[in-house]
Design a binder for this molecule. Structure first.
Ligand code: URA
Ligand code: SF4
Length: 214
């Protein structure tokens, strides 16, 4: 298992064909304990692509990204920011749920850099077909996958930024003239001491996206 690349269909394949190939991926060890792969979903012609971390427990069971608690919160924030949810595509940096068992419970574990790198070819394949205008980077894992380890979400959140010249393998994400807005992960809002303030901060960042689309 040395990455997803051998499992990703060639450049001529459609987004649906890429999605159809993802269940066969053995690019890292995460496929084994997980229930199923969770690929991106949404409008193939989306102007905006949201990138999260990895599926959670609910997503792993349902096979769809952002359908659990973090997804519900994100949907509320998207609505509050005035972004049309019909024109989004939403995906994750890592496409299998990473967890550890604690008793009978499956506890989320943040993916390692090795998982992020292994899974990156799927993200690259999605971007090559979607070519979004704006990329919403949800939290540190998505930032690592897309922008490299030196990007700091907390420092750069809520700003409409050009794709940074320092991003690793810039040709991997052929999104020119795409811009990005980084913000906190919706799960971080759920974990915040003051959820209301954290939620308002997420909405404020997403309003920057809504404005850029107008
Ligand atoms: N958190 C994520 O990053 N992605 C999901 O799909 C669900 C929760
Ligand atoms: Fe493949 Fe990504 Fe799943 Fe690893 S996490 S098996 S690279 S789809």
């Amino acid at each position: 298992a040395s990455g997803a690349q051998p499992y990703v269909p060639p450049a001529s394949a459609s987004l649906d064909e890429v999605r159809a190939a993802a269940p066969n991926c053995r690019g890292c060890e995460l496929y084994e304990p997980a229930t199923q792969v969770v690929f991106g979903r949404g409008d193939a012609h989306a102007r905006v692509v949201f990138v999260g971390e990895q599926p959670g427990d609910v997503e792993d069971q349902r096979g769809l990204p952002f359908v659990g608690p973090a997804g519900h919160l994100l949907r509320r924030a998207v609505d509050a920011a005035g972004i049309d949810p019909a024109h989004l595509y939403i995906t994750n940096a890592v496409k299998h749920f990473r967890f550890e068992m604690r008793g009978k419970r499956r506890i989320h574990q943040t993916p390692d850099q090795t998982h992020i790198v292994a899974c990156r070819p799927w993200l690259v394949a999605e971007f090559a077909r979607l070519r979004p205008e704006i990329v919403v980077v949800l939290g540190a894992t998505a930032a690592k996958a897309l922008l490299g380890p030196s990007f700091r979400v907390t420092r750069s959140r809520g700003e409409l930024l050009p794709w940074p010249a320092s991003a690793p393998n810039p040709g991997d994400f052929p999104v020119e003239p795409a811009r990005l807005v980084a913000t906190i992960h919706p799960s971080a809002v759920l974990r915040a001491d003051n959820q209301e303030i954290a939620f308002d901060g997420l909405v404020a960042d997403l309003k920057v996206v809504a404005q850029a689309l107008a």
